[in-house]
Design a protein around this ligand. Structure first.
Ligand SMILES: CC(C)(COP(=O)(O)OP(=O)(O)OC[C@H]1O[C@@H](n2cnc3c(N)ncnc32)[C@H](O)[C@@H]1OP(=O)(O)O)[C@@H](O)C(=O)NCCC(=O)NCCS
Length: 220
């Protein structure tokens, strides 16, 4: 199966590596919006303007993976929707070194990286990045467009709603609701539900700021 990666950043490079070494998918090209084209190729593969992609790679024979990092979380979501609107289907990358259960329900354009664990009955929507060594406990649910950094733990039955960022080594206790666009700083212990558009940090978590106007934006 041939795929195109949207992106030409370090995260796109990483996903190219994962797909090439650890999946059955062949990355045939990269693509970004015309204004971000800075070369004819990326990693020795064609770098195509998104505006021209359909003429060169038809939707019946090529699928997409949108590989955009966490710096602007709303942008990640918008790019996924833009590719979907063109009619392309997406693939997920599920590392063969991840521990995924037969009972898990997993949507499209997800990256589930090495040593991530999805316990039985956990569900993952679309366009989520679940990094190395994260644990999604039984019956937990990750909605869409979330970034879960390495070594995070999401407790059983907890729901992480849309476009959330969970920092390195965070622990979210069981049976909680993490509302849309919650930002959880690295190393935080979340003992309670969160409020939308709110940043939490510390052990136990305290509210630090809100970001309703611009969504979650992080420095690299
Ligand atoms: C949350 C984060 C993005 C910083 O955001 P920020 O808006 O720039 O926050 P600031 O540095 O201005 O800090 C704001 C407050 O939160 C506190 N804070 C920030 N990060 C914290 C953390 N990880 N743990 C505890 N407190 C933290 C600061 O001490 C400060 O507290 P104060 O207002 O009481 O003095 C950053 O600390 C972080 O955790 N990034 C995630 C890293 C990560 O997981 N990357 C994954 C890459 S794969």
């Amino acid at each position: 199966m041939k795929i195109i990666i949207y992106g030409n950043s370090d995260f796109a490079e990483l996903m190219h590596y994962y797909f090439t070494v650890y999946s059955k998918y062949e990355v045939v090209a990269f693509c970004v919006d015309k204004e971000y084209i800075n070369s004819k190729t990326f990693l020795n593969k064609p770098l195509i303007a998104f505006e021209d992609i359909k003429e060169l790679y038809d939707i019946d024979n090529y699928q997409f993976f949108v590989a955009v990092g966490y710096k602007n979380m709303r942008a990640r979501k918008l790019l996924y929707e833009k590719v979907k609107a063109k009619g392309y289907k997406f693939v997920s990358f599920i590392s063969p070194k991840a521990n995924v259960d037969e009972s898990n329900i997993i949507g499209d354009n997800n990256a589930i990286l090495h040593n991530a664990v999805l316990e039985p009955f956990a569900k993952v929507g679309n366009n989520n990045i679940i990094n190395t060594n994260s644990i999604i406990c039984h019956h937990a649910e990750i909605f869409n467009d979330c970034f879960i950094a390495a070594n995070s733990l999401i407790g059983g039955f907890t729901k992480v709603k849309n476009n959330c960022f969970i920092g390195f080594s965070s622990t979210i206790l069981q049976k909680l609701v993490i509302e849309d666009e919650t930002l959880i700083a690295a190393g935080t212990l979340m003992p309670n539900d969160s409020k939308k558009y709110t940043m939490y940090a510390g052990i136990p978590a305290k509210v630090k700021s809100t970001h309703q106007d611009n969504g979650i934006q992080l420095k690299g």
